[in-house]
Design a protein around this ligand. Structure first.
Ligand code: ADP
Ligand code: MG
Length: 351
């Protein structure tokens, strides 16, 4: 989707009406998802919403109770996992401890009966891709967590899989490495053009790497959209509150607009009408110092270039505003302010 090279090399993946229960738990409750050739879709949702189940069904490690899995238009429901041509990386470090980095990367090729010269060349190429050529002879215990996950990625890609599956591959890493490696994964995915399903509970991670993000809620998709669209036009209250921060500000909606703190704001598709709450992003909230203002500053959190200022409205509603820190320095706890919102489209939800 993103680059012409990617579009030509991947296959399409389709999950159609997938259901999977474990006893009384509906892990998947009619999941529909189509991933375009070469596209990276990130499944995002809270713990327990069914992300891993979806990925394991695609990999053939789990069987659906109902529904279909199609790769390149073909139903692969009865194809065993080792014939599915998929590379996987998991959260837990999964390198074979008794094999060198190079042998780990070449492992899948050995299983497929490739000769040693081809295995060595391919392992070198893959280690080069993930920036670990100089560590080919090391063992897992001699690598950092981030390096181990790079090797796991190289191993997954060495077999030139039709589909790459990543299940929370960064969750065990510390924040800085996590950010570096996620950008690296995206760079590599664009370079090789493999159709990819990436699963995470981390919304920032999802927005940063995806062509499209699928937000999962209780075993199905609430919305599938490019990151910017997901953020600007959430389809449901769940998406609006799970992706980015949203204030819930009392509002009255009618005829495609809502009155939010005295400003007429356009409403997004799917909005409720009548009295409810508008989901307003912190960067759309304006604060004006005003001795006669009915809202008061409750807290100021300095976050470097920006600050988050919490204010309490007269009715007790807590609203968070995000401002450049240069503007926030003038505000102190207890200050009276007037709160308004920018007229950017909002989702209005029933109370
Ligand atoms: P996620 O990856 O989004 O955290 P999972 O797909 O792992 O969610 O799990 C979805 C739901 O299915 C959860 O309620 C989980 O407890 C349940 N579940 C998953 N696998 C099993 C299993 N093998 N046995 C019983 N329950 C399971
Ligand atoms: Mg999971």
């Amino acid at each position: 989707m993103t680059s012409p090279a990617a579009a030509s090399s991947g296959v399409a993946v389709e999950l159609k009406g997938l259901h999977r229960s474990y006893g009384d738990v509906h892990a998947l409750d009619g999941l529909d998802l189509r991933i375009e050739p070469g596209e990276m879709v990130v499944l995002l949702g809270p713990s327990g919403c069914g992300k891993t189940t979806a990925l394991r069904i695609l990999a053939g490690l789990e069987r659906q109770n109902d529904g279909q899995v199609l790769v390149g238009g073909k139903d692969i429901t009865r194809v065993p996992p080792n014939k599915r041509d998929m590379g996987m990386v998991f959260q837990a470090y999964s390198l074979f401890p008794h094999l060198t980095v190079a042998d780990n990367v070449a492992f899948g090729l050995k299983l497929r009966g490739r000769g040693s010269a081809e295995r060595r060349a391919r392992a070198e190429e893959m280690l080069d891709l993930v920036g670990l050529s100089q560590h080919a002879g090391r063992y897992a215990h001699q690598l950092s967590g981030g390096q181990q996950q790079r090797v796991a990625l190289a191993r997954a890609l060495a077999i030139e899989p039709a589909v790459l599956l990543l299940d929370e591959p960064l969750s065990a890493l510390d924040a800085k490495v996590r950010v570096q490696l996620r950008d690296e994964i995206r760079r590599i995915q664009l370079e090789v053009g493999t159709t990819t399903l990436f699963v995470t509970h981390d919304q920032e991670e999802a927005l940063a790497v995806a062509d499209r993000v699928g937000v999962m809620n209780a075993g199905r998709l609430d919305q599938l959209a490019p990151p910017a669209q997901l953020y600007a036009a959430p389809a449901t209250a769940f998406v609006g509150q799970f992706v980015g921060l949203s204030n819930r500000i009392p509002a009255t909606a009618a005829n495609g607009a809502a009155d939010v703190l005295g400003t007429a704001v356009p409403t997004l598709a799917g909005s409720a009408t009548g009295s409810g709450a508008a989901l307003v992003r912190p960067e759309s909230v304006r604060l004006q110092t005003d001795p006669a203002g009915t809202a008061t500053v409750a807290a100021v959190a300095f976050l470097g270039p920006i600050s988050r200022v919490s204010v309490t409205l007269q009715d007790g509603t807590l609203v968070i505003a995000q401002l450049p820190s240069s503007e926030a320095t003038a505000l102190e706890v207890g200050d009276h302010v007037t709160v308004t919102v920018d007229p950017v489209p909002v989702l209005v939800v029933a109370d």
